[in-house]
Design a protein around this ligand. Structure first.
Ligand code: BES
Ligand code: ZN
Ligand code: ZN
Length: 500
């Protein structure tokens, strides 16, 4: 995909050459300067006349009219140099690649020295580019007879620079790996429920394990029964699809300690069960395995980049269906931890699946826990569609997750847990816990419930119900699944510092 070269080769014919421009620069600099002289100062002229814009995210195409073997140049506006941030640069690359893909280019040459600033070095600019390309050009292959599969994709990017090639290659590799993980997660979420059952998800995890030599364990229903996973099994009761508890282990350290447990909600379709969802609310519930997808996407990144960390990924997976066998309100079930749960709402199924997922992650030695789940409509009301809700029982671990989120630009915001919330979750005449204490602040109750299973293990909960999908296109992707939290989880693992 990427080739890094140190000198702009103007004799070579590229399909398209890309140059970045900052506002106020009256002349082109660096490698582009060479180009300007070949074009007899025409670029400087066009800039002066305002025919090429340096405004942020603006794209201007010029034709070289036979003066150069490369036929066209795209100028990318980068705005004011001191205002450019990593995130804006990545968005801008995204918009560029979307445009170039739509124009059916397969090969792109880019003068990277025009995309660096005082604060964004070659490594970071390359990271932004490597990440933006797969993210922005992602499409989900649909099932129409006349398919949307693009005729042409960008398959070669030549990065020219006068910077350090190793730094650039490292940045491209990390960015690209992160984006590939995101795209895999997007595809899993976009797959309809009939095409991604718990069995399909287990098969996908098996392929991932084979590719990256992860240790793999897939628990079948009988094994879950033996282990007493009554919470996940309750959710599965109404289904004809067998449940799966999927476990992937990555050992990047000598001994199996300081293990980071990533637990993802893997409900492949959520009807709500007997507490059935209304007809409008049920559409889109194929995305209820967004947490599982985030964890699998992060594992792919981890498999590619091989950080020196230990990670156990746990995915409790089933659909939530209705039948004569289904679990129902008033049922009392026993989770793997031994805690009993009074079911008040079968639509609050994610926390049940996660309860056993969290317990099983601890069983596998997790010393830190991060769970990710499309858990509540409440979090959408509270934080909208751009911010993931977070909760925790441990300040230090939360701080590390927050830093990872700041680095990736996947915003999180913390919701509280206090003793009143715990009281409400523990209030039941017949069991240790209830699964639905009420509508008031119910995103918090859902997190609090999962905290009852994390117990003293440092734990962060991420509710991605609002952020896992989006209804509109954006610079770094199309509408549909976003693959949110893949990069934050992967970055957390890459940067992780044990507290011991
Ligand atoms: N999967 C849903 C949450 C959800 C809602 C995800 C909208 C994405 C978009 C979850 O299982 C659920 O139904 N939660 C209930 C909880 C309630 C019964 C306490 C909800 O949010 O209404
Ligand atoms: Zn539900
Ligand atoms: Zn759900």
């Amino acid at each position: 995909m990427f080739t890094v070269k140190t000198d702009l080769d103007l004799t070579r014919a590229h399909e398209v050459l890309v140059i970045g421009l900052f506002e106020k620069s009256k002349k082109v600099e660096g490698l582009a300067e060479k180009l300007d002289s070949v074009l007899e100062g025409q670029i400087t002229e066009l800039l002066k006349d305002g025919d090429i814009s340096a405004k942020i995210k603006s794209l201007t195409k010029i034709h070289t009219l036979g003066k150069l073997s490369t036929k066209r140049i795209y100028f990318v506006g980068l705005g004011k140099e001191d205002k450019l941030t990593f995130e804006i640069l990545r968005d801008t690359y995204g918009k560029l690649f979307k445009t170039l893909k739509a124009a059916k280019f397969e090969e792109v040459a880019i003068a990277m020295d025009s995309f660096v600033t005082e604060t964004i070095d070659f490594n970071e600019s390359a990271h932004a580019l490597g990440e933006a390309l797969p993210l922005a050009t992602y499409t989900f292959a649909d099932y129409k007879q006349k398919s949307n599969t693009p005729e042409k994709e960008i398959n070669t990017v030549i990065v020219y620079s006068n910077g350090d090639s190793e730094e650039i290659e490292a940045g491209l590799t990390v960015g690209y790996a992160h984006a590939k993980g995101v795209n895999s997660a997007r595809t899993l979420v976009n797959l309809p429920g009939n095409m991604l059952t718990a069995t399909d998800m287990a098969n996908y995890a098996t392929e991932l394990a084979e590719k990256y030599q992860f240790e793999l364990e897939i628990l079948e229903k009988e094994e879950m029964e033996k282990l007493g996973m009554g919470a996940l099994l309750a959710v599965n009761k109404g289904s004809v699809e067998p449940p799966k508890m999927i476990v992937l282990k990555y050992q990047g350290r000598e001994s199996w300690d300081d293990v980071i447990g990533l637990v993802g909600k893997g409900i492949t379709f959520d009807t709500g069960g007997y507490s059935i969802k209304p007809k409008d609310g049920i559409v889109g519930m194929k995305s209820d395995m967004g947490g599982a997808a985030a964890v699998l996407g992060a594992m792919e990144v981890i498999g590619e980049l091989k950080p020196e960390q230990n990670v156990v990924a746990v995915i409790p997976s089933t659909d939530n269906m209705i039948s004569g066998d289904a679990f129902k309100p008033d049922d009392v079930i026993t989770a793997m931890s031994g805690k009993t749960i009074e079911i008040l709402n079968t639509d609050a199924e994610g926390r049940l699946a996660l309860a056993d997922g969290v317990t099983y992650a601890k069983h596998h030695g997790a010393s830190y826990l991060v769970d990710v789940a499309t858990l509540t409509g409440g979090v959408i009301v509270a934080l909208g569609n751009d911010i993931t809700g977070a909760m925790t029982n441990n300040e230090e671990l939360f701080e590390q997750v927050l830093e990872a989120s700041n680095e990736t630009g996947e915003a999180i915001w913390r919701l509280p847990i206090n003793d009143k919330h715990k009281e409400r979750v523990r209030k039941s005449k017949v069991a240790d816990l209830n699964n639905s204490p009420g509508r008031d602040g119910h995103a918090i109750f859902a997190g609090t419930f999962i905290g009852e299973f994390a117990e003293d293990t440092p734990w962060v909960h991420l509710d991605i119900a609002g952020t896992a999908t989006t209804s509109s296109d954006y610079d770094l992707g199309p509408s549909g699944a976003t693959g949110v939290m893949v990069r934050t989880l992967a970055t957390l693992v890459e940067r992780f510092k044990s507290e011991k």
